[in-house]
Design a protein around this ligand. Structure first.
Ligand code: SF4
Ligand code: SF4
Length: 442
């Protein structure tokens, strides 16, 4: 007869595929140093929407004392994945690995509502596909050039749209003419490096001026730039949203493309893409064919500012007399540890006065697709950041991520300011070419 008083131990709510690591969970000593930099804790002051609270929720699910239910999932959907908690943590808790594994578990083991599934499918099947974004350009250009956008914005009728569509519309950049990047751009003068360039998806189609500026600066500084036109999305949005299998497939294709390019370094100018490709070794760790190749690939990845800071400047910097507020993108400062290089490149331009934005560790609310799926929290964080930028009286804001650029532009517009927001590389490009930054803004 079985002993009726004996109860079987609770089983984990996670499946066996890459469950969040207990070893990482147990590194957390619950000190709370991460709380003041966590954007959702800053907004709501709720323990379960802090890094410490989320780690505890993961522990409970691992031990079978919590289930993956909508309330539990809500705390992880609200996390921006900004990694500010990792920079702040004195115990070295690798929250990035925990949230990535947790999100993949959620997508496998939690049934989202039909509307949520449909919206997520739309976002992923559009924003990870440059070919589809290219098709969208024409109707969006017509919307902007016909004056319809100005009319709808001025009448306030857009407020009748669902919040997510309102946010998408507000984030839409002013579309410039479509420009493609040459597959190979030769170095000017003697060649110092042969570099590959990841073009990004939204950036490639909607903000080509950033890639053009990047190529010009690199070529001027003696780099041959290889930008394979067949490169796919790197999968950053998918990894950060728990869509592991789709992300793995894109990572394999990206590796193949850049292996053929045979370059010394692989450069990114979008912080989210950069942090993703640097982690390919982890993403493909189980893949016997790709694990080693992924590690080799990741070891070559750098943000464009990292490489430029390594190279002794060869081209004269022309003065740009302006006050520049530099915004740290989370996936650059926290995920890649790149804070000094963009600042030193900007400070190396004669006439540039750098202004520091207070609360720089706290996210602006962009965070990949966060502003598209959590518009209320994203707008609150954007507004908070705009309020910190406005008193600086900067002529422009510079940042290293297209998502932050759009988020800040939209938040500053809501605050009534038209301060231009540009990519760091555009400022450097304007200086090298002896142009005013305003001329680049159209
Ligand atoms: S990743 Fe960002 S939002 Fe998520 S817990 Fe860490 S600090 Fe908070
Ligand atoms: S700072 Fe690190 S150790 Fe302290 S509570 Fe946050 S995650 Fe845990």
């Amino acid at each position: 007869m079985p002993d009726e008083t004996t109860t079987s131990p609770p089983t984990s709510a996670f499946d066996g595929h890459h469950a969040p690591s207990m070893e990482i969970i147990d590194t957390c000593v619950h000190c709370g140093f991460c709380l003041p930099v966590c954007p959702t804790y800053v907004l709501w002051n709720e323990e379960m929407d802090s890094p410490r609270g989320r780690i505890y929720l993961i522990k409970m699910a691992s031990e079978g004392t919590a289930t993956i239910n909508p309330q539990w999932v809500g705390h992880f959907d609200a996390c921006l994945g900004c990694m500010a908690c990792m920079t702040a943590c004195p115990s070295g808790v690798d929250y990035g690995k925990l949230i990535e594994a947790t999100r993949a578990q959620i997508e496998r083991n939690h049934e989202r509502s039909a509307a949520e599934k449909l919206y997520r499918r739309f976002v992923f099947s559009t924003f990870t596909r440059p070919d589809r974004l290219r098709l969208l350009r024409l109707p969006l250009l017509a919307y902007q050039k016909s004056g319809l956008q100005t009319l709808l914005r001025s009448t306030g009728v857009l407020k009748l749209l669902p919040k997510k569509l309102q946010t998408m519309e507000a984030l839409l950049p002013k579309l410039p003419a479509s420009e493609s990047i040459a597959p190979v751009t030769p170095a000017q003068g003697s060649q110092r490096r042969r570099v590959g360039l990841l073009l990004g998806c939204v950036q490639r189609e909607f903000m080509p001026q950033i890639n053009l500026a990047t190529v010009r600066v690199l070529a001027a500084e003696g780099c041959e730039v290889v930008a394979p036109p067949e490169q796919p999305c790197c999968g950053a949005l998918l990894v950060h949203a728990g869509e592991e299998q789709a992300a793995v497939a894109l990572a394999r294709r990206t590796i193949e493309v850049f292996e053929r390019a045979d370059v010394d370094a692989i450069l990114t100018n979008a912080a989210g893409c950069g942090s993703n490709v640097k982690e390919y070794g982890h993403l493909l760790r189980d893949d016997p064919e790709y694990a080693g190749r992924a590690k080799k690939f990741a070891a070559k990845c750098q943000d464009v500012t990292e490489l430029l800071a390594e190279l002794e400047p060869r081209v004269r910097r022309n003065p740009l007399r302006m006050r520049v507020a530099y915004h740290d993108a989370c996936h650059l400062q926290h995920a890649q540890g790149v804070r000094v290089q963009p600042r030193s490149l900007l400070a190396g331009i004669p006439g540039v006065e750098l202004a520091e934005i207070p609360e720089s560790p706290v996210c602006c609310g962009s965070a990949g697709i966060y502003n598209l799926v959590q518009p209320d929290a994203a707008n609150a964080l954007g507004d908070r950041k705009a309020q910190l930028i406005v008193p600086l009286n900067a002529d422009i804001v510079a940042t290293g991520n297209p998502g932050c650029l759009l988020q800040l532009q939209s938040a500053l517009a809501r605050s009534g300011r038209k301060t231009p927001v540009v990519h760091t590389i555009q400022v450097l490009d304007a200086s090298l070419r002896g142009e005013s930054i305003r001329s680049l803004l159209g």
